[in-house]
Design a binder for this molecule. Structure first.
Ligand code: ZN
Length: 137
């Protein structure tokens, strides 16, 4: 598998409304998109630094994965997303062949229309890892 860059960092927050002013007023970034991803029970806010993004994640449901993450570990970095060069499915097949446990066996649609899939943190040294590709690039 060949990674091209860190596509984004996912950061779990209790409230986008409370978190966005920190990123805008203190770090001087600009939120360029807010999007709900219904099947992941999250609302996301995006910032860009160079070619890397920050994806703030707010749970839209008390039983969502972001809600339970914050309950267990508090707000903070939730996952790292790598852009892969030759397709997410190829990367999944390759790492599964090397014994990595997958959360997604096939890619699904994430925010911003990306094809995404998660590797299980039990197989990735504790870092929830997302592989993604932009189908329009
Ligand atoms: Zn992500």
């Amino acid at each position: 598998m060949e990674l091209s860059h860190i596509e984004h960092l996912g950061i779990a927050v209790k409230s986008l409304d409370e978190a966005i002013p920190y990123y805008e007023n203190i770090l001087g970034l600009k939120c360029y998109s807010i999007e709900e991803v219904a099947d992941q029970k999250v609302r996301t806010a995006f910032f860009k630094i160079g070619q890397t993004k920050l994806e703030l994640l707010e749970s839209t449901s008390a039983d969502g994965t972001i809600a339970s993450f914050i309950e267990k570990r508090g707000e903070g970095i939730h996952h790292i997303a790598f852009a892969v060069k030759d397709g997410v499915q190829n990367a999944l097949n390759e790492v599964e062949g090397k014994g990595v446990k997958l959360i997604d066996k096939t890619p699904r649609k994430g925010a911003e229309g990306l094809n995404i899939a998660f590797l299980h943190p039990k197989s990735t040294k504790g870092v929830l890892t997302e592989l993604c590709e932009n189908p329009n690039e």
